[in-house]
Design a protein around this ligand. Sequence first.
Ligand code: COS
Length: 387
Amino acid sequence: MMVDYGLTETQVMIRDLCKQIAVEKIKPVRGKYDESGEFPWDIIKIFAESDLFGISIEEQYGGMGGGIMETVIAVEELSKACGGIALGLAATGLGTYPIILYGTDEQKKKYLPRIASGKSLAAFGLTEAEAGSDASGIRTTAVMDGNEYVLNGTKQWITNAGEADIYTVVAMTNKAKGARGASAFIVEKDTPGFTFGKKENKMGIRASVTRELVFQDVRIPKENLLGREGIGFMVAMKTLDKSRPGVAAQALGIAAGALDEAVRYSRERRQFKKPICSFQGLQFMMAEMATEVEAARALVYQAARFIDSGAKNISGISAMCKLFASDVAMRVTTDAVQIMGGYGYMKEYPAEKMMRDAKITQIYEGTNQIQREVIALNLIKEAAANT
Ligand code: COS
């Protein structure tokens, strides 16, 4: 069953290109990277040669000029094969949004062409050991000294850390003001005093790299401030509003990939002298899985299109699609393992990896409890505005 979502020619082209990369290049190596936890530079190079890093970057800065919808289609298709490898691309998008949203023409000219061409990966540094869900509790500081800001502090669990060249980082310029005292900066990899913590050993998405960003008297030119002082928390929130559909797409892809594996397996595996797909117990499970995957796809695509339309209040729908698709991914991958039984539990088959990869989509870029909070707050705000 292939639902027609009325994709444009460009969107179909992106989907087919990513599907080909997923099947021909990623599937054969996903197990190896999951096992070793190495960063998949060979596949990242293929993404770069295929211009995937430029999808959502404006044409005048070397990109394709697409939006969230084009990004979502690419991330979904790549994640069908491996959510971890696809994350190198999606996390670069996350690190780039602050520049797209708040960069001056000069900052965009300097950084976006490097990202669009795939020469440099990007990363986003918000989370700290004591500031996860409570993002405005960050302690990293940026103090003005002459023409420079001096950064001190440590960011935790940063995707693409160490491999990326360009980092967008949120730090406090005025601690006393709380959320209104944060500012966002661009920090380049080779800046003196900027180092990385050890590589984290993760349950899933093991082909992606997660490390600390450590700032010790890191001096960056004042020109690297994004927007103005005091709007760093808003930069972070608006960035997450744009990037959460990417997590939703990653979850959707993982779920769709797991469903495919389960259906294929159920046709091949024979028990009681019949293929196991002929048993209604499994048919009902697969029917539920397929329905949930399609519902997630419809919501993710619609959210992406709504955001691309220039709509103002996107926080709620962005949180909804991330919440829904990631919960679907967890259920569907768990059921895929169940349908495949003992084989599903073995590393020779990809289902157990998909289940491990799915889990993080309920956690990062805001836990699903935080998404519910965002959705509810918007609901209440809207109701208040309408009375
Ligand atoms: N867009 C624009 N502005 C926003 C916003 C958004 N999506 N969300 C909040 N703001 C503004 C608020 O309007 C408020 O502005 P004023 O100070 O002018 O009133 C300010 O930001 C503070 O907002 P709020 O009081 O709601 O902040 P809280 O500290 O209560 O935090 C949540 C709100 C929990 C929603 C936020 O901290 C969050 O999203 N946490 C999860 C972070 C996350 O996703 N981390 C993952 C790491 S990044 S991979």
